[in-house]
Design a protein. Structure first.
Ligand SMILES: [Zn+2]
Length: 202
């Protein structure tokens, strides 16, 4: 995709400048073999962490166009999906653990699609708060469900490795829509299911 290649070319220009900054800090990156090819590798790495917005939107549209008729009106949960992204404030990686749920009305998504939705939406330069709300909104409005919820824990390298150095801190955000908003017991059931320790399946 042309835009993606162009973006990667811009990332390479940026990483060239970053290596010049390392030189100013006293690291001889032009002589050190470990830095040979770093500009290209780093640009490619960032391009993998941040997906093209058009790709994300079109894949989500395709996904939501292929639903199944609901034969079930209980809560569907996809929990503890580990996903990666970058924060828009520092362009540093964020490791997420994301749980989402919805209560179908007429349509259900294939179960693997919930994980895919989470992965796609996380791989953008987006605030965790906005990611959380967007997940709940898509699973409620776009899927026309009775309700939806998202619970996100984020380990932000901008917090863990610099600044306040809150190594162990996790940022926790949640969003609820529809039945999860109207019925505190439903919301609580979701939170209990996604936050309590549980024995491993394997
Ligand atoms: Zn940040």
């Amino acid at each position: 995709m042309a835009d993606r290649e162009l973006a990667e070319a811009h990332f390479r220009e940026g990483f060239k400048k970053i290596l010049e900054g390392f030189e100013l800090l006293g690291y001889d990156t032009s002589a050190d073999e470990n830095f040979q090819g770093t500009v290209s590798r780093a640009a490619k790495g960032l391009a993998e962490l941040v997906l093209c917005n058009d790709t994300v939107q079109s894949e989500i549209n395709d996904m939501l166009a292929k639903t199944f008729p609901a034969r079930y009106d209980e809560m569907v949960i996809s929990k503890h999906n580990v996903s990666f992204g970058v924060c828009p404030h520092h362009i540093l990686p964020v490791i997420y653990r994301i749980s989402v749920a919805y209560i179908p009305m007429e349509k259900v998504l294939g179960i693997s699609k919930l994980s895919r939705l989470v992965q796609l939406l996380a791989r953008r330069p987006i605030l965790q708060e906005d990611l959380t709300h967007e997940l709940a909104r898509i699973l409620h409005q776009t899927l026309e469900s009775r309700g939806a919820a998202a619970y996100v824990e984020g380990m932000h390298l901008c917090m863990a490795a610099r600044g306040v150095q809150a190594h162990e801190a996790r940022v926790v955000t949640s969003a609820v829509r529809g039945a999860f908003l109207d019925q505190p017991a439903t919301r609580q059931e979701f939170l209990d299911l996604v936050t309590t320790a549980h024995p491993s399946l394997l």
